[in-house]
Structure formats: C-alpha cells, structure tokens
Ligand binder design. Structure first.
Ligand code: ARG
Length: 657
C-alpha cells in the first residue's frame, strides 16, 4: 500500500472542479516533517489560491470540504496560512497492518503499469583487472534489477562484458613474445594478467617517453602564466584584488596538477629504467604500441591464430569473474558481451550511411549530433569499429529481441558523454519510444581521498577486497558475541558464516547507501561498524528482533496465524506502525530516479524507529498478555520489512549474530 499515492488520489478527486492541472499541486502533499502537525501535510492551497486570486485559507477550506478521506484520516485540520494537516486513523492503520501480517509482500502491490526493462550492469573488461567501479555497477544494477522485478516489471539483466577490446591485443602480443609456459599451465589467468600488465607497462613506457617533452613544456607555460598573474595580483587594487587573486589561485592549481602528472610520468619511466630486465625488453620493443594494435586488428579480422587464442583465453577469464559473482550472489539473465555483436557492426555503419545519417570525414565514418562539438565516430579510417558502434548494435539487438520500454546503463560517470552521444545517435537512428538512461555513479575513493585502487594489478584484487571485509567483520562479530551478558552464543562455524554474510553485505551496503552520483570513501572499518547507517547495524537490528522471539519462546509463524488485536496507543507504537506502512512509498521514491540509497535510508530510519519503540515499550514484559502479543507482532513486521528490504538490495540477513 502506498499511502501517499492513495492520499494524492483523493486530493485529485477533490481538486477536480478547482484546478485545471493538478499534477504540481499533488506533488505538494508530503509526509509531515513534524509529527505534531499530523502524518501528512498538503501545502497545495497556497499556490492554488494564487492561481484563483482567492484567500488561501478559504481555498484550503474548499479543498477540505470536497475531500473524501473519512475512511483513512481524522477530520483534516487547516493551519497557518492554509496548510492542510492529515492524521491517519488508528483503526485504518491497524486494518492495513493486519493485511500486512497475512501478506508475504507486506501489502506492496505489483505495479499496474508493467514495463520491460533491460539493465546493463557490471560489464567489466575481461582479462583486465576489474576495479571497484565494477563492483559498484554490479551492486547498484543488481539492486535495481531486484526492486523492478519485485514490483512486477519484466526485467532482463545483461552483463555487457568487454570481451573484444584492445586488452586482447595486449595479451595476444604478450603470449606470443613473453609467455612463461609453465606458469600458464599452472594458473592461466594469473599468467595472462601478468602478460597484460607487462605489455601495458611497455606500451605506456614508449608513449610516456614520447609525451614527456610536451608535459615539460606545459609546466613551463603554466609557470610563466602563474608568475604573470602573481605580479598582476600584487599590483591589483580595489575591486580588482579579488578577481586577480582568484585567477592566480586557478593558475596555481593547474600548474600543480601539471607538475604532478609530469612527476608521475617521470616516476613511471624511472621505474622501468631502474629494472635492467624490463628496460632491456622495453629497448628491444620500441614499436610495441603499434604491434599490439595490429594484433587486435588481426583478431577483429578473424585471423585464425588470434581467434583461436581468444577462444583459449576467454573461458578462463570469465571463470575468474564468475567467482566474484558467486561470492556476491549476483546472476545475470544474459551475458552477451561485446564479441556477440561483432558480426552486426558492418550493417550498423552501412545503415547509417544508407540513410544519410553519417558523413565521411578524413576517412572515418562520423555521426554529427546536435549539441556536441565532436562527432561520434562509428568506423575509424583503418576500418576498425568502436565501442560506440558496438553499443549502437546492442541497442538495436535489445529492441528487436525484447522490445523494452527502457534500457538502463549502470556505468560510472566518466562515460556520461559517451552515453549522451549514444542516446542522441539512437534517436537519430529512429529509436524514439524507448527510455534510454545512464544510471551514472561517482568514484570510489581510498581513505587518502584519491581513486581507490586495489593492489596495482590483477583480478584477485576484488577477491582480496571481499576477503578483507570478511576478516574485518569476523573481528566485529567475535567482539560482539564475546561481550554478550550471558556469554558467547555462537560456535566457530556460525561465526565464520556470520562474518562472511556481514562482510559481503558491508561492501554492498556501502555502495548502495551513498547517493550514487557522489564519490565516497571506501573504509572497511566504517562499513562493518555496528553503529551508523551500515549493513552491520541493519543485520544486527534484525537479529535482535529474532532474539526477542527466542527469549520469549514464541514462534512468529504461530503468532501471525492467531487473531491478535493490534494496539497503537503508545506514540512509539503508532510511529513504528506508520513507518512500516511507508515501505511502498520508499520503493516508489527509489525508482523515481533509480537511487537505492533512498531504500537504505528508509530501512535505516525504520530500524531506528524500532530502537526507540523498543526502548520505551516493553515487549516481553508488557503490562498485559494482549499488549505483549500486539508488540511482538510489530517486532515481527519490522523484522520482515527489514529482511525484505535488504533482500531487494541483494543483502542477506542472519538469524543470530
Ligand atoms: N566495459 C565497459 C567498462 O568497463 C563498461 C560497459 C558498459 N556498458 C555499455 N553498454 N557500454 O568501462
């Protein structure tokens, strides 16, 4: 049940004769900020009064007179300049809760407007180290997938693996020149990662050599620019002082950045030069950048040798990624990957050309798009297709196959321009009726405030991440168990299980609970803490609710069957009940802009509400057996809501911890 939607529906009916376009007015009905003014508040009388040129309190009175909410609310009150305060009736709340008790969906109705969604998420580049950004995409995408499916939408998850890119040129080149056969036979993926890293380092080395003079020149330029501005700033007077200082600060910032890049590049070069083996390989492979490109081009041209190598490498690489999905409990409906679309790319380009939607420019096929300076290139001069070409073919394939109403791309914010152009090109191509959305997200930062990197290197990095979280969780779980007044309750094996669940949940929840568009700092200690908006706190709250039943010797299933009379007389009981009944509202909010942090926020608020209730309303020691049962039923509903909410986020609970 979505109470807010219900109320808005009632207001819509009441506004019929009063307002032409009620949508904006209906938006102004919201949960009340302050419980003293009721549960919900409608602030629409004021703007409507302006439209009508009438006194707002009078307009409020007219709305109230036309409003039919007697079954769910106490008589509405008009306050101040024309606020309409709504307080839900106790018997109505109780009726709803009773329905929730008997309903596995907790009264959350499947949608009346079923849509088909394709969600493109995770999508790492195989054979390259998977970075935390891919975990973030995986976790957010999986949560959206679960929520949309739960609400009754047809949902298809597609892992658009990068399994055809230039990294294969690197590995193939490495395989042909630097393979340690024995190591490869022992652990293929580890050896392939080593080759990838080595070749990548060598390619970078020669590229960096080439751009060093340019970087140095840029620093010089910025230095003289800063010097000029410093002099100007010192000489400035009056109103010029501030802007001059600002310009100077900006220039100094740019200079610092350029110097840093220059330093880093020099350091990278020095690292290679200091290693005799590496520097001699580098010296004897000056053309490596070009040669790697050639290996990629050969693969893309179906060269039998390179294709055979690709077929040899791919299963091992995919298995490696699969291990992480298994640990995270994530699965996909389809995993086509970029290679799947390769035989469709030529036709995409031909179609753009045939319809006059592209132009040849310096040998490349380009799509010029309104509002963008640079065109989108769909075929390079040497005939190679691009990431964008594959994405266009993918859109066509998805539309032909599933006819989706929406395609969601959960990909980090650095690709926003790519997606803006892609969507514009798709529209130009004639795909108007599908919602195309980039669900962008920010960078995961280390505690030093810089992008979080796993130990420079291999795919094991992510496994290491999960492992470390598990270890941190293990400590928290043991300390908590040891500190129990009646002594520790968990066996070693139980502790291990709990630590695994809690550790993985911590990582997922940290990704989900931060506003997806902001960067956030990855901190193991914060994410497994028992206090604050963490998975650990949520799981702990859940386990505490279960322990109430254990202690009381009550079986929740049996309680649900019984005809328990619910009582909401205490303000904390009522507050908790109302919060419980806002679950569907929270899901609606979450999907409005695809923001899972609105769901974690709701669940955290619910858990805190529960704490307040539990502090003030004795449950097992309630004054009467009837009240005890009523309160136990509230505990049960809260536990079920938290479990369901976490499940929709892909997070497990444990019954004891
Ligand atoms: N493989 C890409 C990367 O790791 C992400 C792909 C996202 N999906 C897409 N359809 N472009 O950056």
């Amino acid at each position: 049940m979505n109470i807010l939607k219900e109320l808005r529906g009632r207001f819509e009916a009441a506004l019929k004769g009063l307002a032409e376009e009620p949508a904006e007015l209906l938006e102004m009905i919201r949960p009340a900020q302050d419980a003293r003014f009721g549960d919900y508040q409608a602030n629409c009388a004021m703007p409507l009064a302006k439209r009508l040129g009438q006194p707002p309190r009078e307009v409020a009175a007219r709305i109230v007179a036309a409003l039919d909410v007697g079954d769910l609310c106490e008589p509405p009150e008009i306050a101040g300049p024309g606020f309409i305060n709504l307080r839900l009736r106790g018997d109505w709340l109780i009726g709803l809760l009773r329905r929730a008790v008997a309903d596995p969906r907790l009264t959350i109705a499947p949608t009346a407007h079923r849509r088909t969604y394709v969600i493109d998420y995770s999508s790492p580049n195989v054979a390259k180290p998977m970075h935390v950004g891919h975990i973030r995409s995986t976790v957010i995408g999986d949560a959206l997938y679960r929520i949309l499916s739960f609400l009754g939408h047809r949902t298809i998850s597609d892992n658009h693996l990068g399994d055809w890119g230039t990294q294969f040129g690197m590995i193939i080149f490495g395989y042909k020149h630097f393979l340690d056969r024995e190591a490869y036979e022992r652990a293929p993926v580890a050896e392939l990662s080593r080759l990838y890293k080595l070749v990548n380092q060598l390619v970078d080395y020669h590229e960096d050599r080439g751009r060093l003079p340019e970087l140095e020149a840029r620093c010089g330029q910025l230095e003289s620019e800063a010097a000029r501005l410093r002099a100007a700033s010192e000489a400035a007077t009056g109103a010029d002082v501030k802007p001059a200082a600002k310009a100077l600060r900006r220039a100094e910032g740019q200079l610092e950045e350029a110097r840093q890049t220059w330093r880093q590049v020099r350091q990278k070069l020095a690292d290679v030069d200091a290693d005799p083996r590496l520097s001699s390989i580098a010296a004897s492979h000056a053309e490596i950048g070009e040669l790697v490109l050639r290996e990629t081009a050969r693969l893309h041209a179906d060269d039998p040798e390179n294709l055979a190598l690709w077929h040899e490498f791919l299963p091992a690489c995919r298995q490696e990624i699969q291990k992480i999905y298994d640990q995270l409990g994530v699965r996909f409906d389809v995993e086509y990957g970029e290679s799947f679309y390769q035989h469709l790319l030529a036709a995409v380009v031909e179609d753009f050309q045939a319809r006059g939607l592209s132009r040849e420019s310096e040998g490349a096929t380009c799509v010029f798009l309104d509002g963008f300076d640079a065109p989108m290139i769909i075929r390079k001069r040497d005939g190679a297709f691009l990431y964008s070409t594959t994405d266009l073919a993918t859109i066509k394939y998805r539309l032909d196959t599933w006819r989706p109403d929406a395609i969601l791309y959960v990909v980090d914010h650095r690709q926003s321009e790519h997606f803006q152009k892609l969507f514009a090109a798709a529209r130009l191509w004639g795909y108007h009726d599908v919602e195309l959305r980039h669900i962008s997200f920010g960078t995961v930062l280390g505690e030093d405030g810089r992008p979080f990197r796993t130990r420079a290197g291999d795919t094991v990095g992510l496994e290491g991440l999960l492992e470390t979280a598990e270890q941190k969780a293990w400590k928290v779980v043991c300390e908590n168990d040891d500190a129990k007044p009646q002594g520790a309750e968990l066996s070693d094996e139980q502790r291990r299980h709990v630590a695994r669940v809690v550790g993985h949940a911590a990582i997922k929840y940290a990704d989900l609970s931060h506003n997806r568009t902001s960067d956030y700092v990855f901190s193991y200690d914060k994410m497994v803490a028992l206090e604050g908006n963490t998975a650990t706190y949520m799981q702990y709250s859940y386990a505490r609710m279960q322990s109430i039943f254990d202690k009381g010797g009550v079986r929740a299933e049996e309680l649900r069957e019984r005809d328990v009379e619910l009582c909401l007389d205490h303000p904390q009981e009522r507050g908790l009940a109302l919060e419980l009944l806002r679950f569907e509202e929270a899901l609606t909010d979450t999907l409005a802009d695809y923001r899972p942090n609105l769901l974690t926020g709701y669940l955290f608020g619910l858990a805190r509400r529960f704490s307040e209730f539990y502090e003030q309303c004795p449950v097992l020691k309630a004054p009467t057996p009837e009240l005890r049962d009523s309160r136990l039923l509230l505990c049960d509903l809260t536990g079920r809501s938290i479990r369901l909410g976490l499940e929709l986020l892909g997070i497990e609970v444990v019954e004891r911890m």
